[in-house]
Write a protein that binds this ligand. Sequence first.
Ligand code: ADP
Ligand code: MG
Length: 246
Amino acid sequence: MKLIEIENLTVQLGGHTALRDVNLTINAGEIVTIVGPNGSGKSTLLRTIIGALSQSKGRVHLRQGLRIGYVPQRLHIDPTLPLTVRRFLCLPRKVTNSEIEDALAKANVPELANRQMTRLSGGQFQRVLLARALLERPELLILDEATQGLDQAGSADFYREIAQTRDQGGCAVLMVSHDLHVVMSASDRVICLNGHVCYEGKPEHVASAPEYRALFGEGTKGALALYRHHHHAHHNEQTDKPEAAE
Ligand code: ADP
Ligand code: MG
């Protein structure tokens, strides 16, 4: 069953075409990973799906009543604001203690309810964001670079938990990641995005696809190298790609 069907989606942001002619289908229960250089429209695509941005052309069809849990790429919390994990999870809508405990347990951080948000480690913070998304009892979980800032072992754990969440709850997962080698085993399908869909296939085939190599260079290490390059240099020297968003 199709949860999402996107046809010929074009999104313009401030006169810049962030996405052009994107076609994408997400089926119930599958894990789909989007990879692509910085500025390639990954966050734009996810934000269009959740309705935070609107399309210029094309059609985004969500199954009626589809429950989506969304983990954003960035969430800034004022460091001077006292905010426990429990209270954070009650924003924007009040949830019961047992719902909170259940969500934290599913996100593998059952002990954090009374801790301060600003004192969490990177991995704990991401898991609390995951718990918040799980409170929606999502049929589709959308994660935007959820393992940013985690080390390789940390992100491998995180993706294993995402796969477990899917296996237990039956939700589909749509996520953006730079760690192709880490998401390999967890994904059913990988989509290479660079303003448009360059390649779509099974994770074990993607790394050897010419379209993927053109984007990331040889092998899967290319993805990581490019990632580091962007995050340290904050710009993209390859002229055929859109500028990085910072
Ligand atoms: P990614 O998540 O793949 O790094 P984004 O979807 O964040 O890329 O951004 C895609 C492109 O759209 C980038 O070139 C970015 O600079 C541009 N962009 C993002 N938001 C806006 C905006 N509000 N106005 C104009 N351009 C934007
Ligand atoms: Mg992004």
